[in-house]
Design a protein around this ligand. Structure first.
Ligand code: PMP
Length: 430
């Protein structure tokens, strides 16, 4: 039971956690104001601690493609509570989730389950360095791959609005092992590969960038990365922590028809409980301990509660037509949403707006130009985004509290829900 409230929850949180939060973007630092504290979630709705409902376009930052507390997930997790939670030994539950991932993504001939996207990426990079015997990693400006040291170099997401280009506390020698170049720029990849011959272990990319807002790969970009990396003996890593099971069942690899050497997953595969995974060909993954020399481990990895939640989600999204239905519904929604937000922004003096989307992901950029990379993203008017965010919050909608993030939709954003949102925009919230 919650203790009787002596002070507002967030005020208390400030006395316990740095900035009152356990992950920086939650603090509203990028939009101003005090974070809303949520006490209950169901489908596409969140309720704050006074019982006020909010339409949720964050959806836990991605795991809930079926909405909060999907009944089947909830039922199976409850049943699992009466069996086992974490035993630190092989279990049938991990096979079930692993198999479902393999079926959707056959290029993951072997995979390892971990507890977060950060862990998945960190481990994949270690493997890439071991496999190639090379030290350097190539990433894209504004790409976010978790908070491990070497990847906080010109990172997106919560790190994008920090004062520095990367985090304090990352040693110069570690940061120097990461080369960051613009997204959607194959020439920059060519130049980097030529500048560091036989030194680059891997190119890591969000195949649809979602941590500088939603930025699509330009036609031919992903295939170009595939060709250039293959020719240079460099591993191509798709960070599909967001795009995996979201932009298609088989992730961006399936949607764009490009197969990477290693894939990192998170979010949806854990059904809302902590989870990540990395995988690739059998030959490559057999380098991981205990078979090979690349050490990687985790006390809670593959824990049965997460496994059951993730499997319950993957089973439901495997039904034929699941992604097609979502895509049709959201395309029709975006077509109506974009002119309405443009109008609203015009009326309220927030300036020009561009909407960019991929499947159930979208971002409203306050910009006059298409966003193609971090340079164009950084030209957005973040003050206008804050105004839009607070306007929507005041009308009971919870958007990502920062410009450089994606809105997440899913199965529970049905037509009636989407139409309600459009009506709010049309009527100016009355
Ligand atoms: N990669 C990508 C593409 C992400 O979006 C994120 C988190 N949003 C991560 C890695 C890190 O995942 P986690 O927060 O689970 O460590």
């Amino acid at each position: 039971m919650l203790s009787p409230k002596l002070k507002p929850v967030f005020e208390e949180a400030l006395e316990i956690f740095p900035g009152g939060v356990n992950s920086p973007v939650r603090s509203f630092a990028a939009v101003g104001g005090t974070p809303v504290v949520f006490s209950r979630a169901l489908g596409a709705t969140l309720w704050d601690d006074s019982g006020r409902p909010y339409g949720d376009l964050v959806q836990g930052w991605g795991p809930h493609i079926l909405g909060h507390r999907n009944p089947k997930v909830e039922m199976l997790v409850k049943r699992q509570l009466g069996r086992q939670w974490s035993v630190g030994a092989p279990t049938p539950e991990e096979n079930q989730l692993g198999r479902l991932i393999q079926i959707a993504m056959p290029h993951l001939e072997r995979l390892r389950l971990v507890n977060s996207g950060t862990e998945a990426v960190m481990s994949a990079l270690r493997l890439a360095r071991a496999w190639t015997g090379r030290p350097l990693i190539l990433k894209m400006d504004g790409g976010y791959h978790g908070h491990s040291d070497g990847l906080l170099v010109r990172a997106g997401s919560g790190a994008a609005q920090l004062a520095q280009a990367s985090s304090e506390g990352v040693s110069t020698s570690t940061a120097a092992q990461t080369i960051s170049i613009p997204f959607n720029d194959l020439e920059a990849v060519r130049v980097a590969l030529a500048a560091y011959p036989l030194q680059i272990a891997a190119v890591i990319v969000e195949p649809v960038a979602a941590n500088m807002g939603v930025v699509l790969p330009q036609p031919g970009y992903l295939q170009g990365l595939r060709d250039l990396t293959r020719a240079a003996g460099v591993l191509l890593i798709f960070d599909e922590v967001i795009t995996g099971f979201r932009v298609a069942k088989g992730g961006a690899a399936q949607r764009f028809g490009v197969t990477p050497d290693l894939t990192c997953l998170g979010k949806i595969i854990g059904g809302g409980l902590p989870c990540g995974a990395f995988g690739g060909s059998r030959e490559l993954m057999d380098q991981v301990a205990p078979l090979g020399p690349v050490y990687q481990a985790g006390t809670l990895s593959g824990n049965p509660l997460t496994m059951v939640a993730g499997a319950a989600v993957l089973q439901q999204i495997s039904k034929p037509g699941f992604y097609e239905d979502l895509e049709d519904r959201f395309l029709a929604f975006y077509e109506q949403l974009e002119p309405m937000v443009k109008n609203l922004a015009h009326e309220r003096g927030w300036g020009p707006v561009v909407l960019q989307s991929c499947a159930s992901l979208f971002t409203v950029f306050f910009s006059s130009e298409e966003v193609k990379d971090w340079t164009s993203a950084s030209r957005c008017t973040v003050k206008s985004y804050s105004q839009w965010f607070h306007w929507m919050l005041g009308r009971g909608y919870f958007l990502p509290p920062a410009q450089f993030e994606a809105c997440f939709l899913g199965q529970s954003h049905d037509k009636a829900w989407l139409n309600r949102l459009l009506r709010v925009l049309k009527n100016g919230g009355v």
